[in-house]
Design a protein around this ligand. Structure first.
Ligand code: FAD
Ligand code: MLT
Ligand code: ZN
Length: 457
């Protein structure tokens, strides 16, 4: 961007938002420049902090006029560099748009600002006995806008599906600066034309800047129970899936492996949950209004001697302690060094073989690297984490993604494409689908100012 254009853009932004909302101080801009893993380092000249839909629209109009690339950013917890301004774009920090609308208990819906964190919305709707259907470990920082933009999955997909299934309406500023307010009253049925709100789900900031979301809510069951199940192998855990999925009220079926659990034990300074430690462990969580513990026990009885189990947790503190064995994996990995992330889906039939193949495949291109695998077993979604290679060495991730494509899987299960996986789009989706996506992008963002370089090269 020519300096003159940038200066004119920033002057316009100061006039529209107020000088205090246009930040160029490198110390404040710094944390917005890097992704959560620290692998991707951008160089934004400024961060803008709009506080209203009108502010966002003004920023987009100005960006169009001066041909400035904008990178929408929420909690900056994304794991594919989708919110990282690698090309020197200006960051638009949406966290001031954090209004929490009244909970519509009759409809089980709420409208919240795109910048509200998941945790804030959980507390807000929890007081009405309701919950958001998607939950994830980054809940304290991840925003609803970011979660819609990435179509986040998380821990409860086996019961409530991904973010797209929670979205009834979206308000957004599109690439021409026009504001759309799609289904603000949360009509459950509205078949008038294209599903534009659905299109914005998973669009990763490339089609519009989301300003608020009308969410469907789910009831909070009275009781919760969770247990860690130990299996001799990943194959045994996969074999148990049909039974685990059919446990009444099953809402999480999560996989961790022995080496990951050992790493977490050292990281959080706790004794191992099972001794001896089985190769594969599944965290099963069941929720319901009556006796979820009974449902867990019935599942254990059916699985018989193929499984060993920890004591079941039902109280909040015990549940949180059990969940730490799964949720602390990203932090424990990050504490070991710079992490290369491959978030993938593979068909369940090949999942155990894939887990067995990955470490050797990584070792071949990154000798001495540490490979950690964990994920959302119920969805066939594995997170492969590689620690060792330099930040700019993508060979380990590449080799993992090649295995995924060979198996008919997806190179991105729930984190999106961002900038990290752009090169894989054509092979994953095929030329006709990519061309259709380009046509949509061209129509909604004709000047290519919204998150340039993300999703589509
Ligand atoms: P950001 O990281 O700020 O942005 C992500 C993308 O959305 C970018 O492309 C950005 O441009 C775009 N964006 C952000 N806000 C807007 C907006 N208002 N309008 C338009 N575009 C926008 N993800 C899962 O799916 N499941 C998990 O279980 C999960 N667990 C995680 C655990 C940890 C510890 C961490 C660090 C991350 C995890 N994630 C998970 C990834 C991440 O939390 C999600 O992708 C989340 O949806 C990102 O939200 P955010 O507000 O941080 O978005
Ligand atoms: C998770 O499920 O823990 C996340 O998606 C984050 C990660 O991949 O590390
Ligand atoms: Zn995940």
């Amino acid at each position: 961007v020519p300096p003159v254009a940038l200066d004119a853009f920033l002057d316009g932004a100061r006039a529209a938002l107020g000088a205090a909302r246009v930040i160029t101080d490198p110390d404040v801009v710094g944390p917005h420049a890097t992704d959560w893993t620290g692998r991707w380092q951008g160089r934004p000249p400024a961060v803008l902090r709009p506080g209203s839909v009108a502010d966002v629209a003004a920023v987009v109009v100005l960006a169009r006029r001066h041909r400035i690339g904008l990178v929408p950013q929420g909690g900056n917890t994304g794991l594919v560099a989708g919110a990282t301004p690698l090309g020197g774009e200006v960051v638009v920090d949406l966290r001031r748009l954090d209004a929490l609308g009244p909970v519509d208990v009759a409809a089980a819906q709420v409208t919240v600002g795109a910048g509200a964190t998941l945790a804030a919305v959980q507390i807000h709707v929890g007081s009405a006995g309701l919950a958001v259907g998607v939950d994830l470990g980054a809940r304290d920082s991840a925003t609803i806008g970011g979660m819609v933009a990435t179509n986040a999955g998380g821990l409860h997909v086996v019961r409530h599906w991904t973010m797209r299934a929670q979205v009834l309406g979206v308000a957004a500023v599109l690439g021409r600066g026009d504001v759309v307010d799609l289904n603000p009253t949360g009509l459950v049925k509205d078949n008038t034309g294209y599903d534009l709100a659905g299109l914005l789900c998973g669009s990763e900031g490339t089609l519009g800047i989301i300003t608020s979301v009308r969410l469907r809510l789910v009831p909070v069951p009275a009781e919760r129970a969770a247990v860690l199940l130990g299996f001799a192998s990943v194959a045994d855990a996969v074999d148990a899936l049909p039974r685990l999925r059919s446990v009444p009220g099953a809402q999480a079926i999560e996989l961790v492996l022995a080496d990951g659990v050992r790493l977490v034990a050292a990281h959080i300074d706790r004794r191992l949950p099972l001794d001896p430690l089985p190769d594969a462990l599944v965290l099963l969580e069941v929720a319901g209004d009556r006796d979820p513990l009974g449902a867990v026990q019935a599942a254990l009885d059916q699985l018989g001697s193929s499984v060993v189990a920890t004591a079941a947790a039902t109280e909040p503190a015990a549940l949180a302690a059990l969940w730490r064995w799964r949720e602390a994996h990203p932090d424990a990995a990050a504490a070991r060094g710079l992490v290369h992330k491959a978030d993938v889906t593979v068909p369940l039939g090949g999942l155990a073989a894939f887990v067995a193949e990955v470490p050797a495949a990584v070792e071949a291109v990154a000798p001495g690297a540490t490979t950690l695998v964990y994920g959302h077993l119920g969805d066939g979604n594995l997170h492969v984490n590689v620690i060792g290679p330099a930040a700019d060495d993508s060979r380990a991730v590449d080799v993992v993604l090649e295995l995924v494509l060979a198996q008919g899987g997806s190179v991105s299960a729930e984190h999106g494409v961002g900038r990290a996986k752009v090169a894989w789009m054509a092979r994953q989706r095929g030329p006709a689908a990519v061309a259709a996506m380009r046509a949509v992008k061209g129509a909604l963002d004709p000047d290519g100012i919204l998150n340039p370089g993300a999703v589509l090269a």
